[in-house]
Every structure is written in C-alpha cells, then in structure tokens.
Design a protein around this ligand. Structure first.
Ligand code: UDP
Length: 317
C-alpha cells in the first residue's frame, strides 16, 4: 500500500499539530515544518520518535527543499491571533504571500494536492450575514488587521492562479474561529483570554460593549472538515466553522459559569476594525463533504478548560 506523504507547514502550531495527528491516524507520513515563531514543539512532543513523523525547523518564506515524493501540502503556517498580527505584521504578510508562493511551487514540482488554510477574515467586517463563500468581503487593506486579511486574500488569489495556470490540484478552506487544547494561554484570542483570566481569578476583558458576535468551532470538528475537503475534488473556497453564534458578552458569562469563577467582567476599548458579526454559512460544506460540527460550545469549552487548568498547574504562567 502506498502511504501518502503530507507536508504540514505550521505543523507545530495549534491547528497544524492537530492536523498532523489526524494525518498520522489516517496512515500518512507527515513532515511538520515550522519556524516556531508562534508555534511550539510542545504541541508535537508526543509525536517525537513516531516512525512516520518528521519535524523540520524552517521558515517557509524561504525556498523549501524536500527530497522525495510529497502527495499533500497543507499550508497552515501563519500568526493567527489579532495580537500577533500587531506584533508581527511583516512576518504575517510574508508567510501569506511568499510562504504561499513557495508552498505552491513545491506542490507544483511534486504534483501534490495543495490545501490552503484561509480565513473568515477574508470577509473583513462583513456586510453580509451569515457569510457565504461567494461574498467578496469588506476589508480595510491598511488597518492593523489588513496584514493578515490581505495576505490571506492574496494567498487565495495565488492558489487559484496556480490551479488555473499550472493545474495544481488545490483546495481553499476558510477557517472560522476555532478553539481547543494547544492554544497558547497568552495567545490573545478570546477563548484562551477568557479561560485563563477566569482560572486565575482575574477580570474577564470584554472589548467594546460585547455585542459583537462570533461562532466558535471545536478543533476536532474543524480538522475533520479539513480532512474531508482534502479528499474531495473541489477548488473553490469552502467555509469550515460552527454556525452557532454568540455575543462576546454571552461567551464571557458562559466561561465564568463553566469554570466556576467569580471573576468580574470589565469592558475595554474595541480594537480597530474588529468585525461586528461573524457566522459561517456552511451549506457548501454540508452538501459537498457531508460535514457539520458535532461538538457544542459547552462541551468543547469544558475540554479546553481542562487543558488550560493543567497548563496553568504545570507552567504556572
Ligand atoms: N475579545 C474580547 N476580549 C479579549 C479578546 C478578544 O472581548 O480579551 C473580542 C474581540 O474584540 C473580538 C472577539 O472577542 O470581538 C474575538 O476575538 P479574537 O481575538 O478571538 O479573534 P477574531 O475573531 O477577532 O479574529
């Protein structure tokens, strides 16, 4: 039996490491590539010594050389938290542009399938709700989030160009807010922020009035959707996310309840260009992949709380 060889860029990151686990479970040889800018080897430590797993520390904005066959390239490398885009704006732009170019070049040379991790940020602060894949978005190109949004929009354009011009077998997954174990405690995104604040007994920092909405997908559901997409023949973007929508204030109350915390809720200024609403229309994923999320928010948040509780006990930070 031929075992597929998969390259996962960002393989030591939150989503990349879960994807490595899934691909190994499906029988693939997996090469995780990461420059450890926001990823950490802790996320893949359990795979050390696995006979079908290899880790390469490399920055994918530089030429990628890999000997031997590659069947799948999953391009998942990128800072992904708004706090990180502010701190790493140029790296974020480079990995979405040069990193996408290099990984597409590799996929072309190896005749590999190519799966681009894109994002709901392509829709910006959306004027259409819920967001369908044919919506072109409402993005501020020069705002602080533009470095991520525009890099990913460029990455989508480049991926479609390689598909159309060079016939590369590409997929584009637009990932909506996802959470779960292996997110960093100080990642800055709302799920780790609220859970770690609640566990430390610190105030939960709601930005703005908390009426902005998000729809949170548990990581195992997301990875399942991505794996299914990699196995089907479709080249247009596909939203993968959970369509159940909450306000951020509702979410803060849920975290307080599920952690049993008595932390107060405080209000802080809303970051610039923070989308007011976000919810995926997942009709395409449902029909194409027979996929929909299975893990509801309280269940997923309990699992995530458990992970963060242990992290706090062992690292104390
Ligand atoms: N948010 C918040 N408090 C925090 C972190 C985030 O109220 O400590 C809000 C943020 O303003 C946004 C939502 O939570 O409206 C989701 O933010 P996140 O950084 O997780 O990602 P985004 O969906 O904006 O990319």
């Amino acid at each position: 039996m031929h075992r597929p060889v998969s390259l996962v860029t960002g393989g030591a990151g939150f989503l990349g490491s879960h994807l490595c686990d899934r691909l190994l479970a499906e029988g693939h040889f997996v090469i995780a590539m990461d420059n450890l800018l926001t990823g950490t080897v802790d996320n893949i430590a359990h795979l050390a010594g696995h006979e079908r797993f290899r880790f390469i520390k490399h920055n994918v904005t530089e030429f990628i050389f890999l000997a031997g066959p590659v069947d799948y390239v999953f391009h998942f490398a990128s800072p992904a938290s708004p706090v990180d885009y502010l701190e790493l704006p140029i790296q974020t732009l480079k990995v979405g542009s040069l990193g996408t170019l290099n990984t597409l070049g590799l996929a072309k040379a190896k005749r590999a399938k190519y799966i681009l991790a894109s994002t709901s940020e392509c829709y910006g602060d959306p004027l259409q709700h819920p967001q369908r894949e044919d919506y072109w978005g409402n993005v501020n190109p020069i705002g602080p989030r533009g470095v991520y949004d525009e890099a990913k929009r460029f990455a989508e354009a480049m991926t479609m160009a390689y598909h159309r011009v060079h016939g590369v077998d590409t997929r584009v997954v637009r990932i909506f807010n996802t959470y779960g174990p292996r997110m960093r405690l100080r990642d800055g995104r709302v799920v780790p922020a609220f859970i770690s604040q609640a566990l430390r007994g610190e105030p939960l920092t709601v930005f703005g009035d908390g009426k902005q909405t998000r729809s949170f997908c548990y990581v195992s559901d997301l990875i399942d959707g991505i794996y299914r997409l990699s196995q089907c023949d479709f080249h247009e973007p596909v939203n993968i996310g959970n369509p159940t929508e909450f306000t951020i204030l509702e979410f803060a109350h849920l975290v307080r309840e599920l952690t049993g915390s008595r932390s107060e809720i405080v209000f802080k200024p809303l970051p610039q260009d923070d989308p007011k609403q976000r919810r995926p229309d997942i009709t395409r994923a449902r029909t194409l992949l027979g996929w929909e999320p299975k893990v509801d928010l309280p269940t997923g948040i309990r699992l995530t709380i458990e992970y963060f509780r242990q992290k706090l006990q062992t690292t104390g930070t």
